[in-house]
Design a protein around this ligand. Structure first.
Ligand code: PLP
Length: 470
């Protein structure tokens, strides 16, 4: 039985620690300074036979685990794409953990299913997807994209791949050479084979070249391949480039090909009407994924996956074992029929807390603030005599590098890799890199929940100091 007093006392200490952590997080080295093995050598090889007190466990957490943490919630985290949290999200996660429900079927926790239905409908409206889209929460964009590829495969093969494997002429999947690696993983797992993933070249701003996609599909049809799915990027991982989604959607609809849009990070910006109105085509997709856990202040994991034809998704995944049959089942209400997992976390609760506590106005204000900070940083790069933008800024992602007249690209790549390491070793900020058109490129992403102008100014100071040592 729970000892209520003990629980309250112990948990109060954790809460106190969390409150202090949030207050001080920007003073921690953003990228952990640990070397491989630092934690492992402090831990016993075997599990304890006897109970240990929470006091000792918590002390070890602070002393042994925290040094090995990279602080994704630091406002000076400018690397990768963020994994944003927020107070309302954390509070909901706390309650979710307390309830510990399995929302695999409506009956296994009716509120979990119904809240997810309502939240996905709210999110659908928030990003401007038409009413006929149905949403389901997955853990990650990788799994959402895998579900899209599997549903596309089932549609193209008429469902025969379930029993017979993918028989007949090879299926083909298309995406740009800048698309996320999760697509190749999905194609492999779906049994379609990496060799049937056609990577379409990109232009100098990293966007898929539409005419190349058209001719790849034409040529494949002539050779007897079966084009199955085209995946468009709304915000590539490297530079946040946006593919010509409208043309791609039209082409797919002409050929009856499934069109999936991977908007893992940038899809959150669709909450801003001023961003959405410049972006035709995303709403014509067969499926669409974006991650509130990246840029909508909802703790990892929470990936919003939408499909135009939920029946197709259900056909792909529905399988109800005997022990889960109730006699009054409505399979279209059970989220386990819309994805790979049977057991499902109650993730809708944190969306409910976040959307209500921020309000749409509050979310938009944060996103607009991030755009302003990214513009500020971009302008600093443009004005800097030793830096250059590698591609024009996309949303809040600034791709830049050190340059010097007369120095070859290979040498510049080496210097920029060295510069990145020097910047991150300071522990004061954290940024990451990509390659754009053969150039080693530093990425500065302004999207952490609590980033303010002072943090961007500190980043500028750190980068300038590191530049002065080149
Ligand atoms: N798609 C894009 C464009 C991404 O940038 C990422 C990760 O950054 C992913 C997919 C994979 O996201 P997840 O970690 O949710 O699987």
């Amino acid at each position: 039985m729970v000892n209520k007093e003990q629980f309250i006392e112990e948990t109060s200490q954790l809460l106190e620690w969390i409150a202090n952590y949030f207050q001080d997080v920007e003073n921690f080295p953003v990228r952990s300074k640990s070397a491989y093995g630092d934690l492992k050598k402090q831990l016993p090889e075997n599990p304890p036979e006897k109970s240990e007190s929470m006091e000792i466990i918590f002390k070890d957490f602070k002393q042994k685990v925290i040094p090995g943490i990279t602080h994704w919630q630091s406002p000076k985290f400018f690397a990768y794409f963020p994994a944003n949290g927020s107070i309302p999200s954390l509070q909901a996660e706390f309650l979710t953990a307390a309830l510990g429900v399995q929302g695999m079927k409506w009956v296994t926790s009716p509120a979990a299913t119904e809240l997810e239905q309502v939240m996905m409908n709210w999110l659908r409206q928030m990003i401007g997807l038409p009413e006929h889209f149905t949403g389901v929460i997955q853990d990650t964009a990788s799994v959402s994209t895998l579900c899209a590829v599997l549903a596309a495969r089932e549609k193209t093969t008429g469902g025969t791949s379930n029993e017979q494997g993918v028989a007949g002429n090879p299926l083909r999947i298309y995406c740009s050479s800048e698309a996320h690696s999760s697509i190749e993983k999905a194609v492999r797992i779906a049994g379609i084979g990496s060799r049937n993933l056609v990577k379409i070249p990109v232009d100098e701003e990293c966007r898929l070249v539409f005419s190349e996609l058209e001719s790849a599909i034409r040529s494949d049809l002539e050779k007897g391949y079966r084009p199955c799915c085209v995946i468009g990027a709304l915000g590539t991982t490297g530079s946040c480039a946006i593919d010509p989604l409208d043309d791609m959607a039209e082409l797919c609809s002409r050929h009856g090909i499934w069109f999936h849009v991977d908007a893992a990070f940038a899809g959150n910006a669709l909450i801003l009407p001023e961003f959405r109105k410049h972006l035709a085509g995303f709403d014509k997709a067969d499926s669409f994924v974006f991650n509130p856990h990246k840029w909508m202040f909802t703790n990892f994991d929470c990936s919003a996956f939408f499909v135009r034809d939920s029946k197709q998704l259900q056909k792909t995944f529905e399988l109800v074992p005997e022990y889960l049959k109730t006699g009054t089942d409505q399979p279209e209400q059970d989220f386990s029929n819309f994805g790979i997992q049977l057991g499902r976390r109650f993730r809708a609760l944190k969306l409910w807390f976040v959307i209500r506590n921020f309000g749409l106005d509050g979310i938009r204000e944060k996103l607009r603030g991030h755009f302003e900070l990214a513009e500020y940083f971009e302008q600093w790069v443009k004005d800097h005599p030793r830096l250059e933008l590698v591609v024009p800024r996309n949303l809040v992602v600034v791709c830049f590098r050190f340059r010097r007249e007369g120095v070859g690209n290979e040498e510049l790549n080496r210097i920029n890799a060295h510069l990145l390491e020097a910047i991150n070793t300071t522990g004061k900020i954290y940024i990451s890199h990509t390659f754009v058109n053969g150039c080693y490129t530093l990425r500065f992403v302004c999207a952490q929940t609590n980033t303010e102008l002072k943090h961007v100014e500190e980043a500028i100071k750190v980068i300038d100091q590191c530049l002065s040592h080149i």
